[in-house]
Design a binder for this molecule. Sequence first.
Ligand SMILES: Nc1ncnc2c1ncn2[C@@H]1O[C@H](COP(=O)(O)OP(=O)(O)OP(=O)(O)O)[C@@H](O)[C@H]1O
Ligand SMILES: [Mg+2]
Length: 248
Amino acid sequence: MEKIIGIVSGKGGVGKTTLTANLSLAMTQFGKDVVAVDVDLSTSNLGLQLGFYQFPLGLQDALDGNISILNAIYTHPSGLKVIPASISLNYITKNPTPYRLKSVLSDLNGIILIDSPPGLREDALLVLKACDDIVVVTNPEIPAVTDALKVIKVAREMGKEPLGIVVNRIRDKFELTTEEIEEMCDLNVIGRIPEDKDVKRSMFEKTPIVDLKPHSRAAVEFARLAAAIVGVEYSSPSMLGLRRLFSR
Ligand SMILES: Nc1ncnc2c1ncn2[C@@H]1O[C@H](COP(=O)(O)OP(=O)(O)OP(=O)(O)O)[C@@H](O)[C@H]1O
Ligand SMILES: [Mg+2]
């Protein structure tokens, strides 16, 4: 295993699953060996966002010790490798806490991106504990940033300095600026993803926007961030305006 990167947030619904899928795919396209893992066990939806509705084995089977995690890897048509979590209520009521996460993940190779549950309950804390690197996602609004700050503090108390903050769904001037967010959290913003209607479409099409609309504003920012995290050079495609015009 190269490293485990946790995609976490304080507030729910800020874009962790979207970021996990797109960063994982962009890193894969940069030639890295990557697997995206759904550890949001009680409200899992990474698999759903990618069109994996029914699959024989998921993360919970590996956590239960029934199988090797290597048997729960699926490949999306885009090339993205994913370990989904079952949405069955049986699993959710039986064992929603990933106690064995770290040891189960140790059987995987390459870079592991974890789609985390939001907040600071035990399941989310176990993700923080299992991670080598942490990326904190927020929207540019006070409630989301306040909750992000709590996660950052808890991570720091564990001795883990997060890689940085990703501000997702940036829209207009009626929201917090990058500087304000950095000041509130005492942490750098490493990614700024705009609100993009093609993200919704990509959910409908069950493929990350990095694959569906690689020249869209959000996809370019996802790719830029992925390149920065894995340390590869990235220059955005030329004539983006024209390309966008012709890819509607
Ligand atoms: N940049 C964006 N532009 C437009 N819509 C977005 C963007 N990012 C995410 N969304 C939408 O926001 C919603 C929530 O995103 P997502 O499921 O990734 O959040 P989450 O943090 O994983 O939520 P949860 O905490 O419930 O797991 C989805 O409908 C998604 O399509
Ligand atoms: Mg999610």
